[in-house]
Design a protein around this ligand. Sequence first.
Ligand code: HEC
Ligand code: HEC
Ligand code: HEC
Length: 428
Amino acid sequence: MRRRPMRWLAVLVLSAGCATAADRPSLPRWTSRAVPEARGDVRVEPDGRRVAVRYPGWTTRDFARFRTYAYDDTRPEPPVQRATMPAGVTGDPERGRALFLDRVKGPCTGCHLVPGDDVWPAGSVGPDLSTLADRKLADAYLYQQLWDPRVTFPKTVMPPWGAQGVFTPEEIVHLVAYLQTLRGPVVAEKDPDRNPFTRRKPVGFGDNLDPTNNPAVLRAESAETTWGRRGPTGKSCADCHAGGTEKSMRGVATRYPKYVEAYRRVMSIEDFLTVHGPETTGAPLLIESAANVDLAMLIKMASDGMPVVIDTTSAPARAALARGEATFHRRVGERNHACVDCHTPDRGAGKFLGGRLLGDATAGLTRHLPTWRTSLNDAWDMRKRFQWCMTPLGANMLAADSIEYAELELYLTQFDNGKPLNVPGIRH
Ligand code: HEC
Ligand code: HEC
Ligand code: HEC
């Protein structure tokens, strides 16, 4: 076999972390200080393939065709598309059903209940479709709904499957054929958990601050070593911040994210550490490194029980908050989703997306982050959560320490003002 010595020459062409806002001169050009897999880079292979650099196990597909959260990505939301059902294609209900359950493409079952033992776990973000055919809707109407439901429901949570190219016209014809087989009566479900409308809401994981219960507490405590370690400058955190983290950092985290004048941007504790660490001790503290997450947890724990008091009254903070709010509502990616779709009570929040109960951002989702994820055996900060929420939906992620994410975090955190910090949390 011929060796391919040029392979290592892959070039980094796109670094979302360096995104600047030409039309927003007040924002600095920010160079990411994230671990390589958290920078949102896309690499071009010698054969021309574009490969996204992401965390191990995440998709490496490049979604550059689709809109992102970058402030300099000025592409508008894809326009609403009308579509007519193609003539000459006969729908096959069996193929349609397989497509309905297809996890890579959809799955439609993430939001809709339909009958069948293999439908697990169905979600409840959309209506129960078990008896849809009884409504005797025209095929052409259903075709349009799947092609682009925004024609009928402008603010819908359902993606424009055809308009964005997730399903082909032929596949949508098969889906319609399947939907037209869904007639009542429905066999009553014996297991209430199979039906998302009767499923019990998940219970918590016990006391999140008990180290025998939450491994993240031990991880945070291990950051005491980082706190006391002298870096290349000969200084440690402890040298300048006397009295240990409990005393010196008490109340600090309640004020973050905040607009930090020195860097002319909004920063979370995690963002701040990426620059303050190297500037004082000389040692890097890249965002999404274990050292950064663990130290952030330790610092936040010094404020546990104290109310969040972020200040958004200064002019730059107000402007950042407005941009963060716009980002929360901005539809991005192949699925054309926005945070608002899944995390507000008038849409997905409080309902099941597949087996997962969606949290309500307006009730506050930020006070326990970083949080231990029992399903992954790892602690995740808020930025990794942002990246994870949208990447599988077909949007290229930004650098974890991007200004865009920081301002989104500011917007989410103001819903928690007045409520006590409780870090590290523990979640599925
Ligand atoms: C992210 C959630 C979500 C996903 C995924 C989803 N839908 Fe929907 N769907 C909805 C919601 C919500 C509605 C109700 C319309 C509205 O108010 O926005 C809906 C409505 C519908 C309707 C009824 C339209 C009407 O006029 O009553 C059909 C049919 C439908 N979806 C089929 C599908 C199919 C097929 C798929 C997979 C290709 C799918 N949905 C995937 C959320 C979703
Ligand atoms: C050389 C001294 C020095 C070292 C070393 C140092 N810091 Fe600081 N740190 C400061 C000073 C001074 C400030 C106050 C800056 C300001 O608020 O204007 C500060 C501020 C902070 C803040 C923000 C406090 C607030 O109220 O907003 C945090 C958090 C912090 N440091 C954490 C750390 C950590 C973690 C380390 C070790 C990685 C560290 N510092 C190392 C001097 C130091
Ligand atoms: C298609 C649905 C979907 C979209 C869109 C989405 N998320 Fe999520 N998000 C989830 C699911 C599922 C979870 C895990 C269940 C939960 O905690 O809500 C989650 C969890 C979270 C959490 C952690 C909640 C906790 O209690 O630990 C935060 C914070 C969050 N999302 C923020 C966002 C933000 C910000 C956006 C937009 C950038 C976004 N999400 C977009 C589905 C979504």
